[in-house]
Unconditional design. Structure first.
Length: 123
């Protein structure tokens, strides 16, 4: 019985030793995990600061309203320019139309004169 007891005692000691080793390993792994998490947070903070600096350097984080107003102003200016071009084209068409009207009117008068001359020649 004593040898069995000794074997059991040795086995128990080995198990306790393994448990202690596992607990130490678990503690080291927890510390390592905490360190990794801390480094990850620091890298994330640094990354976000770099993004903010980049945005500030290139005015990307400026007032969104100002950007939209600028775009709207540019579009309004383009539309006004297009409207002016259309008005100019309409004025040109009116001039051409009045010129055409006066030409047609003159043609009509000349045809009447021609008809009168033909009438005089016949008579």
């Amino acid at each position: 019985m004593t040898p069995q007891c000794d074997i059991i005692k040795k086995r128990e000691d080995q198990m306790l030793k393994q448990i202690e080793e596992r607990l130490c390993q678990q503690s080291r792994l927890r510390d390592h995990l905490a360190k990794i998490k801390q480094e990850s947070k620091e890298e994330e903070q640094q990354f976000l600061q770099e993004i903010v600096r980049f945005n500030d350097d290139f005015s990307l984080s400026g007032n969104r309203t100002t950007v939209l107003e600028s775009q709207a102003h540019a579009e309004i200016m383009a539309l006004q320019s297009e409207a002016e071009a259309l008005h100019e084209e309409m004025d040109e068409m009116k001039c051409r139309n009045s010129h055409m009207s006066s030409t047609l009117e003159e043609k009509g008068k000349l045809l009447l004169d021609l008809q009168d001359l033909e009438d005089v020649q016949r008579g």
